[in-house]
Design a binder for this molecule. Structure first.
Ligand code: ASP
Length: 317
């Protein structure tokens, strides 16, 4: 019998997430979807499936939920459109796939996987990516599928206030608004029975982002990275700064070359991000099953499940 540990770690975004801002009903709803996501990904791992398939299964659940800023429930750009980004990486081969600014693919994480496995490329964008997904027979939806009234109202508010928001309601304390918006990007990292790591991330980006803006989530090395020799990482936060600090690769490189713990590596990266004005969170998993869920915001939707089947779901710090 193969006794290699299995583990799945997920996040549903980081930001100003405090008990005072979340009603008991909403907290329950978030916990439920996070648990469903963990259950879906864990079923794949437990059956001996690959870490890549577990990451997809976990992310699809969150993409299909309107609670998170990914897939259904994505925020709007300044053009009044939902432009979605996603990426995935296989730690055993370091193969990777990504899509950016897609508008009609129900599950962008599946499109990222198709780019990885069925094209010679790593990233496809816009119409080219939408067309590719249709050609590969992924589920195509009318762009109105992504329209939710809550997100639309957020856009109108952001336009009125001339701000670019990082998801959900504005902090009532205006001095903190630009720094501390809650974010709902989703991500997963997994370790399968064969000892292989994988990571994936999916997002609608920022409310009122400029049409055509691409954040860190689909950028391999920034929002997502996986390498069996070190760790799998998925990020959420101020995308531009995660790109500038190459956050996911930065964390993996520290583990591989400096031989420090994954928690130390994640905290170093978050400190580097904070030093140039960013914030957010990282989930990190190594090939032995050690994991970290670190963030420098007031909360991060997150959870994990391992070989013993014990599930842990947390929201606040
Ligand atoms: N990192 C994402 C972006 O900048 C946003 C987020 O994590 O909420 O697109």
């Amino acid at each position: 019998m193969n006794t290699s540990p299995i583990r799945l770690v997920i996040h549903g975004g980081a930001g100003t997430i405090t008990r005072g801002k979340l009603t008991a009903e909403l907290e329950q709803a978030y916990r439920q979807v996070l648990s469903q996501s963990l259950t879906a990904g864990y079923a794949v791992l437990e059956a001996g499936g690959s870490s890549i398939d577990a990451v997809i299964a976990a992310i699809v659940v969150m993409e299909d939920s309107p609670l998170f800023n990914a897939g259904k429930g994505s925020v709007f750009s300044n053009a009044g459109r939902n432009e979605l980004d996603a990426s995935i990486m296989d730690g055993s081969t370091r193969m990777a796939g990504a899509v950016a600014a897609v508008t009609m693919i129900r599950n962008p994480i599946r499109a990222a996987h198709a780019v990885m496995t069925q094209s010679a490329h790593v990233m496809l964008i816009g119409q080219g990516a939408d067309d590719f997904a249709a050609e590969k027979r992924l589920e195509i939806v009318d762009p109105s599928y992504f329209h939710t009234q809550f997100r639309w109202d957020q856009l109108q508010k952001a336009i009125a206030e001339e701000r670019v928001l990082r998801d959900h309601d504005a902090d009532p304390d205006t001095s903190r608004r630009d720094r501390d918006e809650k974010r709902g990007t989703v991500g997963a990292v997994a370790l399968d029975r064969h000892g292989n790591l994988a990571a994936g991330t999916s997002t609608g980006g920022l409310t009122n982002k400029r049409f055509g803006r691409v954040g860190d989530s689909p950028v391999i090395g920034a929002g997502t990275y996986a390498d069996n020799r070190s760790v799998a990482v998925s990020a959420t936060g101020t995308g531009e700064i995660f790109i500038r600090t190459v956050a996911a690769f930065n964390t993996a490189a520290q583990v591989r070359l400096q031989h420090i713990t994954i928690t130390e590596a994640a905290d170093n990266t978050l400190a580097e991000i904070a030093a140039i004005g960013g914030d957010g969170g990282l989930i990190v998993l190594d090939a032995k099953g050690n994991y970290a869920m670190r963030f420098n915001t007031s909360g991060m939707y997150r959870g994990t499940i391992g070989s013993n089947g014990i599930m842990r779901v947390e929201i606040f710090s």
